[in-house]
Design a protein around this ligand. Sequence first.
Ligand SMILES: [Zn+2]
Length: 320
Amino acid sequence: MKIKSFISKAVLSLLLLPAVAFSMSPADKYPESLLYSQPVKVAERVWSAIGATQYYSYENAGHNNNLSFVIGDEAVLVVNGGSSYLLAKALHSEITKITDLPVRYVVNENGQSHAILGNGYWKALGAKIIAHEEALEEIDELGLDGLDNLKSILKERAEGTALVEIDQTFGDEMKIDLGGLEVRLIRFGPAHSPGDISVFVPDANVLIAGDMAFQQRLLPIFPDTDTLEWLQTWNDHFTPFAKDKIIIPGHGEATDFSTVDRWTRGYLSYLRGKVAVLLEEGGSLEDAYSIDQSPYAHLETFDQLAAKNAGRVFEAMEFE
Ligand SMILES: [Zn+2]
């Protein structure tokens, strides 16, 4: 009884906190670990620790993308090195609760900080680090800046984190045998950032899509993101492959194809449609910033990204 009333009091005090506290820094779902949330079993042999849908923060320890793993009969493959050495270590400690098998492969979904900066932990364990060849260019260009940035955000939580070399790259596709289980690394084409790849586990019908696909948060359009190419990749290569698969997106919980299609292709098409109209009417970059994106306003990171995204699409479409 006492416990019950303590809990309801605790719940009440949480409810009374100002709403802004939640939107700035949502409660960690797994406080006993550096991970933002505990890995969930998505399908037989496939698990994912779903990251926070906000920006990097000290509170989320850089766990703001999905960190997944696939368990074969002889080895484990991890998708994304994670943002830091200690975050990778926290993920590994969850893996060891589920299997004794060694982590032999770590696949980076692209060259971004939260895909690669934890690689050093895995490499020291003896895992082979794999990425798409185009991710290497981004790591060479931006890797050190990304490391500095994360160190300033994560402070002591970045301890031990360093840039390490990728062991193996590939172009279109690579197959890995985990012992009784095959995994396919697939490059569908240009999408959100250089070297985006997806990981397919045929036996589980799961496609770990990486940053090709988003839900629950607004996708970011970077200066080097070509939204026209992203849509072409989506329509011509990703959709025919992914439409009947279980999808683990780069950001947001595991879901089905139609959901990521709505929040990824749907958003890109919507925004490009609005910008096209604006260009036809002779509108300016300033006008682009105030394009109505209200159907997407409930998504996380909308406030930080919506206007920026519209500006970047406007600047690109002027020259298409
Ligand atoms: Zn990402």
